[in-house]
Design a protein around this ligand. Sequence first.
Ligand code: GLV
Ligand code: MN
Ligand code: MN
Ligand code: MN
Length: 392
Amino acid sequence: MTDLQDIADVGRDRRRGGYSRHGFDKVELELRAWFAEEARRRGLDVRPDRNGNLWAWWGKPGPGAVITGSHLDSVPGGGAFDGPLGVVSALQAVDLLRARGFTPSKPLAIVVFVEEEGGRFGVACLGSRLMTGAIAPEVAAKLTDADGVTFGEAAHASGFDPLRMGRDDRALGSIGAFVELHVEQGRGLDVPVGLASSILAHGRWRYTFTGEGNHAGATLIEDRRDPMLPAAQMVLAARRAATSGARATVGRLVPNPGGTNVIPSSVDVWLDARADDEPRTREVVDRITSAARAAAEDEGCAVRVTEESWGGTVHFDPGLMADIRGALGSDTPDLPTGAGHDAGILAAHVPTAMLFVRNPTGISHAPDEFAESDDCAAGVVALATTLEHLAR
Ligand code: GLV
Ligand code: MN
Ligand code: MN
Ligand code: MN
């Protein structure tokens, strides 16, 4: 809690409430500098990789490394815990291990991934996707933020060379285990600490509805081709399509040009859809797309659908989970989650697990996100015990 307090004033969003901290923006860079300082103060060796992620090593990097960490960016108007809790818990776990007199026999590191939420450039888990090759560096470099700045430009301005980004086999090959600690994001955990079992398949799609920009007063209703109408129908279709545990969300809708007295010429709508598996998720999106196309046609509008990111169902490593349970206690519960994580990206490449800290309200991606300090402390102890077990 002291560490979270240290960064409590960095990136506060006065307008939305909570925090807005985005990959390679001024605030995230300040947080990275804070992390680097904290890590160095603990004698860790801080090294950025070529994909914009920061690593802090206890011992020399090498094969069989035990890695923990998370991210410091947030969604727009996000909470204090999603991301930073995993980073500060890792720092605290190192302190606790030292206090226990433990010295790892395997290389151990804390990693901070860049742009996990995709709050600035649209694609979540950008740092881990780049590192694992899940996104091509030339595609990532061209992603743009709301001001038209590309990821490549932002990376370059932050000291990274976008031309050197991409799948990092050396880093991946050296990881023996990755364990991310995170605040749980629903109401799925009724004890302080648990393990994640799986992550829903999920993706993001952009629907661009185009019609005819015109005057709000002078244009008769029957003369309009207003793209806001099919956009609104699509939002309703998303709710209708999300059955049997599937989730479909429109959290962002941008009319262009965006004037109260202007019929928009186009509307961009972003869909976040998640379900148990790929076919089910695709089915939900297909239903929404059919409704969007029909509604666009009714209004004399067009719609273009672009898949912006995709990830299949993740099952965390059963062997690693069993190993961690051996260290933490056989009664440690596990639970599936609908939230995405860098751990979900890494899971396809290296043995990966996640520790969840109880969320008493079930609120996340919002300013009211919360975890009790006793539960956070239990998370640190669990993480330290896990790392001790894995790196001994
Ligand atoms: C990230 O936290 C996500 O699940 O969207
Ligand atoms: Mn998040
Ligand atoms: Mn997170
Ligand atoms: Mn996440």
